[in-house]
Design a protein around this ligand. Structure first.
Ligand code: GRF
Length: 195
C-alpha cells in the first residue's frame, strides 16, 4: 500500500476527493497525514476521515528556508512514499524539493506549460483563450515546470469568471490526481523515470 502525505493551504476539495477515493476498497494508496502552511479550511476533511494533521505556519518563521526545514522534519516523521501538493500556496525552498522530488506531485489548474504560477485560472481568462486545462506534474525547482504526468483540456466559456472556470477545472484536476496516485501505487508509473 502506497502511503501519501498531502499538503494544502485552502479548502482542500482536491484533498477531499483523494480521501474519498482512498477509502474505497481496493484503492492501492492511503493518506497518512495532511499538513498545511496555515490553519487551512481543508483540515476538516482530514478530521472527517480520521487522518492526522500538522501545521507549519509560514508566518512564524524568519525565512522560507527555516520554514522548509520544519516542514521537512514533519514529513520525515510521517515518511510517506509520496507527497502531494494539493493547493499548497507556497513556493517550496530548494532543500524540500531536493529531498522529495520526484516523489512529490503537484496539481495545477491550467494546461502546463501554459499559465504556470499562482494565478493559472486568472491568467488563462485574461489571455482570452478558448480552452485551458488541468495538469498533474512532478515538483521540481521551477514554478510548475516539472515533468507532466497527466493533463486534460477544459473549455473556457464566454461568460466564465475566475470562480466558475476554476470550479469547472477542479473536478478534472481531481480525476487526474487520483488516477496518477493509482498509477504510481500500482507500479504502472515509475516516478524515477520521469525526470
Ligand atoms: C487547485 O486548483 C490547485 O491546483 C490550486 O488551488 C486549488 C486548490 O483547491 N493550486 P482546493 O484547496 O483543493 O479546493
Amino acid at each position: 500500500m502506497l502511503t501519501v502525505a498531502v499538503l494544502i493551504s485552502g479548502t482542500g476539495s482536491n484533498l477531499r476527493a483523494l480521501l474519498e477515493a482512498a477509502s474505497e476498497p481496493g484503492f492501492p494508496a492511503r493518506v497518512i497525514a495532511v499538513g498545511a502552511d496555515r490553519q487551512a479550511d481543508g483540515f476538516v476533511h482530514a478530521e472527517h476521515y480520521g487522518i492526522p494533521t500538522f501545521m507549519v505556519p509560514f508566518e512564524e518563521f524568519e525565512t522560507r528556508e527555516d520554514w522548509g526545514r520544519e516542514l521537512l522534519a514533519h514529513l520525515d516523521v510521517w515518511a510517506p512514499d509520496l507527497v502531494i501538493l494539493s493547493g499548497l500556496m507556497r513556493l517550496l525552498p530548494a532543500a524540500v524539493v531536493e529531498a522529495w522530488s520526484p516523489r512529490m506531485l503537484n496539481t495545477h489548474p491550467a494546461y502546463l506549460p501554459e499559465f504556470p504560477g499562482a494565478h493559472g485560472v486568472r491568467d488563462a481568462l485574461a489571455a482570452g483563450v478558448s480552452e485551458t486545462g488541468a495538469s498533474v506534474i512532478v515538483v521540481d525547482n521551477g514554478v510548475d515546470t516539472g515533468p507532466i504526468l497527466a493533463q486534460e483540456r477544459v473549455p473556457v466559456l464566454p461568460d466564465d469568471t475566475e470562480h466558475t472556470l476554476h470550479e469547472r477545472i477542479k473536478p478534472v484536476e481531481r480525476r487526474l490526481l487520483i488516477d496518477a496516485v493509482r498509477r504510481v501505487a500500482s507500479g504502472e508509473l515509475d516516478l524515477t523515470q520521469t525526470a
